[in-house]
Design a protein around this ligand. Structure first.
Ligand code: NAD
Length: 482
């Protein structure tokens, strides 16, 4: 869809139910070509102040008084509008993020699904009554925090808006969303659809801008009662420090170095597509990417060979060509990834994918790379690369598999491939991660499944019903009636 035919103005912000032009703008780039395609708003402290004030106003007005059932109805309407626009949203996300069109479409469908899920859940979060002393009736209430701040990255804007803003609105919070400066179009598109669905003014505010300006202002704002941050470890630490100063809870969804552990008794025909796809999806720019493949020695050579055959067939090109892999988000991200790959001179390159000949010269393309015979302590086996690169590490037996799998600072996702059910169940207990998959990877990304990390991968959970607890606070009421 040409950007001049959008149903919103990409250079505006959405504050207090009004579309507002920003005093300053930032360039908007198509990562598939490296060319400028417009401008976006560069919100800063003043706009964040206005957005927080609008959110506080919404909580005192219609939004704050609305029943949970009615909030659910509005979310359901947003979901329907998202579904009606799935193809447009997919084109927008593909253009903005560079992800192949069918992946962008899957993200749009996931956004609709989040709205459906949280629409249905909005009026099903209940407190409890607590047996207590004679003469008392005690019960608990789940209440919204108030104004919630949402700082999100560029890699999966629609999915992260769905899981974070969707759950927060279901619980009756009023949201201020700061999308990433590299990709904010679908955040604005979503706000326009929410407005059309009848979401009261101020319940959702979207302020694009730079991290160190709008992002820092939002995380430090004393009016914000809960922060949800998805992004890098370094910025997550800054956001947590800011939250600590205001003594507000923070959910951190950070990076990962997620392993897939393949035992010799695994069903390789079933495992192989997952082993590769989980590494190259969204050009490896996925927090839950599986960038480490651990393989038991007895099948190591076979797995490397079969993964290499798949890598050799991978084609990289513009998002709208809808190939296996698109460009990275920016020249800077490409530089970071190539910096990591420069550390691979002592490793075996098992295979590389291919950038198609007609890929635009200015696009940020990196051919996927499969690296074999990697030591677990190698930097490429320890650090999050956030590009299309996987390392394959041999191991011998369960103990070593667990030690290597748990041997990074991260703990987001892990999987185990084994036809031995007992071993698979043991591994599920022993793998240090927020989500463990047995004989699959990602389980289709289900919006119902609580998600989040431990260690450097963060804390708190989003997605599923669990997120509704995170986006609310518990009040205990003790009534003495004699
Ligand atoms: P980033 O941390 O650079 O940026 C994320 C967001 O933070 C952006 O909106 C940015 O503008 C904002 N930001 C930057 N500096 C800030 C500051 N000083 N104060 C407040 N906000 C600031 O991350 P990125 O490079 O955009 O995203 C990649 C990272 O995100 C990877 O590490 C990836 O693993 C992680 N990620 C995690 C998940 C998850 O669910 N766990 C999902 C997607 C991405």
């Amino acid at each position: 869809m040409p950007l001049d035919r959008l149903w919103f103005d990409p250079a505006q912000m959405f504050i207090g139910g009004r579309w507002i032009a920003a005093a300053a703008t930032l360039p908007l780039e198509d990562p598939s070509t490296g060319l400028g395609i417009g401008t976006i708003a560069r919100g800063g402290r003043d706009e964040i102040d206005a957005a927080v004030a609008a959110a506080e106003g919404a909580l005192l007005g219609d939004w704050g008084r609305m029943s949970a059932a009615e909030r659910g109805r509005i979310l359901a309407r947003i979901g329907q509008l998202v579904l009606a626009r799935v193809d447009d949203l997919a084109v927008l996300e593909a253009t903005d993020v560079g992800k192949p069109l069918k992946q962008a479409r899957a993200d749009a469908l996931a956004l609709a699904r989040y709205m459906e899920f949280y629409a249905g859940a909005a009026d099903k979060v209940m407190g409890e009554t607590i047996p207590y002393l004679d003469g008392y009736t005690v019960y608990t209430l789940r209440e919204p925090h108030g104004v919630t701040g949402h700082i999100i990255p560029w890699n999966y804007p629609m999915q992260i808006i769905g899981r974070s803003v969707g759950a927060a609105l279901a619980m009756g919070n009023a949201c201020v969303l700061k999308p990433a400066e590299e990709a904010c179009l679908t955040a604005l598109a979503f706000a326009r659809l929410a407005e059309e669905a009848g979401l009261p003014a101020g319940a959702l505010n979207v302020v694009p801008g730079l991290g160190e300006e709008a992002g820092a202002a939002l995380s430090a704002h004393p009016g914000v009662r809960h922060l949800s941050f998805t992004g890098s470890v370094a910025v997550g630490q800054l956001v947590q420090e800011a939250a600590a100063r205001n003594v507000v809870p923070v959910t951190l969804e950070l990076g990962g170095k997620s392993p897939q552990v393949v035992f010799a008794d695994a069903d390789l025909d079933k495992a192989l597509p997952f082993l590769v796809n989980a590494g190259i999806q969204n050009a490896g720019q996925t927090c839950s990417a599986s960038s480490r493949i651990l393989v038991e020695r007895a099948r190591y050579a076979e797995v490397v060979e079969r993964m290499a055959a798949r890598y050799a067939a991978l084609r990289v090109g513009p998002a709208m060509a809808d190939l296996d892999v698109g460009p990275l988000i920016s020249a800077r991200q490409k530089e970071i990834v190539e910096g990591f790959l420069a550390l691979s001179s002592d490793l075996t390159v098992a295979a590389r994918g291919r950038i198609v000949e007609d890929a635009p010269a200015g696009g940020h393309y990196v051919a996927p790379i499969l690296l074999a015979d990697v030591r677990p302590d190698h930097r490429l086996a320890q650090d999050e690369i956030f590009g299309p690169a996987q390392v394959v590490i041999p191991f011998e037996g369960e103990e070593e598999a667990v030690a290597i799998a748990n041997g990074t600072g991260y703990g987001l996702v892990a999987s185990c491939w084994s036809e031995n059910g007992g071993r698979a169940m043991r591994m599920a207990r022993r793998l240090r991660a927020g989500q463990v998959f047995l004989n699959n990877y990602g389980a289709g990304g289900g919006v119902e499944l609580p998600f989040g990390g431990i260690g450097k991968s963060g804390h708190g959970r989003e997605k599923g019903f669990e997120a509704l607890y995170g986006f609310s606070t518990l009040k205990t009421v003790a009534a003495h009636h004699g």
